[in-house]
Design a protein around this ligand. Structure first.
Ligand code: NAD
Length: 202
């Protein structure tokens, strides 16, 4: 099948895709590799990350890490920068949901979603951006959600709150890191059929 964006060229670029073991991250890892990039597929699910890296072949490698763990993320980004000399692109995409009413959502579930969708997004962006700054620039794309802008799929309080935060973190970084030639954007998908939305789309 011809590539849908033949001019999309990432030849020689070093890219990291968080949540790359499944769904949107997996698709992006393939797309980046098809465009000529070297891809680090990062996921907590090591088997899934390895599987995606194997599907892609020699242009890919996998890294097992939890985006919400500062030490682990610092280590992975440092290893990538050391091995390849730089980090050009971070697709900051790992995300989870615990959908419930506000009356019934436990604090454990609230914290679990905040840890990945907000803190994890911050830790990955910061660690990658430090290397990008030292390397003269880079690109970060954060996966927000249409639910973080206009809401929907109620009740969905913690997901909506954290995805709204991703939108504003993106605005903040876009301004803060522009002087370092680090461009920061977000994508806000609507509903895409993946394991996360299986119950909704099947
Ligand atoms: N599918 C949709 O309709 C949709 C819509 C809007 C936004 N999104 C967002 O897109 C992103 C990807 O969603 P998806 O639908 O592909 O989901 P998915 O569940 O298919 O994939 C998410 C991946 O992230 C990994 N992950 C989860 N927690 C992690 C952690 N702490 N550290 C590292 N990896 C972790 C999972 O193991 C999994 O491989 C998420 O941020 C999600 O909120 C999805």
């Amino acid at each position: 099948m011809p590539h849908p964006f033949p001019d999309f060229c990432l030849t020689g670029q070093v890219t990291v895709v968080t949540g790359g073991g499944s769904g949107i991250g997996r698709a992006l890892a393939h797309t980046f590799a098809d465009a000529g990039a070297r891809v680090v597929v990062l996921d907590t699910n090591g088997a899934a990350a390895e599987q995606v890296a194997n599907e892609i072949g020699s242009m890919a490698q996998h890294a097992v890490a939890d985006v919400s763990k500062e030490d682990a993320i610092e280590r992975v980004m440092k290893n990538v920068a050391r091995q390849h000399g730089r980090i050009d692109v971070l697709f900051n995409n790992a995300g989870v949901n615990r959908r419930n009413t506000s009356f019934d959502l436990t604090i454990a579930d609230w914290n679990a979603v905040v840890a990945v969708n907000m803190t994890g997004m911050f830790l990955c962006a910061r660690a990658a951006a430090r290397h990008m700054r030292d390397g003269g620039g880079g690109r970060i794309v954060n996966t927000a959600s249409i639910l973080g802008i206009s809401g929907g799929w109620y009740p969905n309080i913690v997901y909506q709150a954290t995805k709204g935060a991703v939108v504003n973190m993106t605005r903040s970084w876009a301004v803060e890191w522009a002087p370092y030639n680090i461009r920061v954007n977000a994508v806000a998908p609507s509903i895409i059929r993946t394991p996360m939305t299986e119950a909704l789309t099947s």
